[in-house]
Design a protein around this ligand. Structure first.
Ligand SMILES: Nc1ncnc2c1ncn2[C@@H]1O[C@H](COP(=O)(O)OP(=O)(O)OP(=O)(O)O)[C@@H](O)[C@H]1O
Ligand SMILES: [Mg+2]
Length: 227
């Protein structure tokens, strides 16, 4: 269970997130949508404790998430994949996975290769020479090495071709089903993400303006007016 309760957060005098609440059962899949600057990245950052909250609570399985102690949060089972390709370019694919899983079970790399066979094929290749899509898969694989209960993804489909996005959606679904990993996915690609998630949250100027079933949002003819 991931509980975000009346969270307000910001930077200096700016309030980027205002009184946002969200309750997610273990293994749930949610999409977070909204315009640029709506507070999506801030929400993920608050969940992992990268950005301090000014008010409210974030609890994981009933225990408050410590602020500013990200490694501890990761060890508790929350993995965050920030925007961009977060890999060590000069290390091989396999070495990247081992480094990411240092504090965890190194043997789990076999499971990661099952989800992303392309990483297995390229296990000895320098990560910096992978294509953008492959680097995104590697970043996801690195997060999986921590065997998280929750995977927080900030715009994972950015820069990927439509066919790769479809693959990614299928792979994330597989991760959710195979390991029971909950997914919190921030995306600009709303239609693709609505195929993956069950729940949706729309942020506007830091406030929640819609929370409900993804199906309900997908069926709205005026979907775009929410943004
Ligand atoms: N480190 C920071 N210092 C100061 N202001 C920040 C910082 N990070 C974000 N902001 C501001 O907080 C607000 C919310 O930013 P945030 O990054 O959460 O938006 P977002 O919804 O992720 O946008 P995008 O879709 O462009 O990634 C914006 O007005 C932004 O300028
Ligand atoms: Mg962002």
């Amino acid at each position: 269970m991931l509980e975000i309760e009346n969270v307000t957060a910001g930077y200096g005098t700016l309030t980027a997130l205002q009184d946002v609440s969200l309750h997610l059962a273990s293994g749930a899949r949610i999409g977070i949508f909204g315009h640029n600057g709506a507070g999506k990245t801030t929400l993920l950052s608050v969940i992992v404790g990268l950005v301090a909250r000014r008010a409210g609570h974030v609890r994981f399985d009933g225990v408050e998430i410590a602020q500013g102690r990200v490694p501890e949060t990761v060890r508790r089972g929350i993995a965050f994949v920030p925007q961009g390709h977060n890999v060590f370019p000069n290390l091989s694919v396999e070495r990247n996975l081992h480094v990411a899983g240092l504090l965890f079970d190194r043997g789990f790399v076999k499971e990661v290769f099952k989800v992303f066979p392309v990483l297995d094929e390229r296990r000895s290749q320098r990560a910096g020479s992978l294509s953008g899509g492959e680097q995104q898969m590697l970043a996801l694989g690195m997060a999986l090495m921590t065997q998280p209960k929750w995977l927080l993804l900030d715009e994972p489909s950015t820069g990927l071709a439509p066919v790769i996005v479809r693959n990614l959606v299928a792979q994330l679904h597989q991760v959710n089903q195979a390991f029971g990993t909950g997914l919190v996915v921030v995306e600009q690609n709303v239609p693709a993400t609505l195929k993956l998630v069950e729940h949706a949250l729309i942020l506007k100027s830091g406030r929640s303006v819609f929370q409900g079933e993804a199906r309900e949002l997908a069926a709205k003819p005026d979907l775009w007016e929410w943004f």
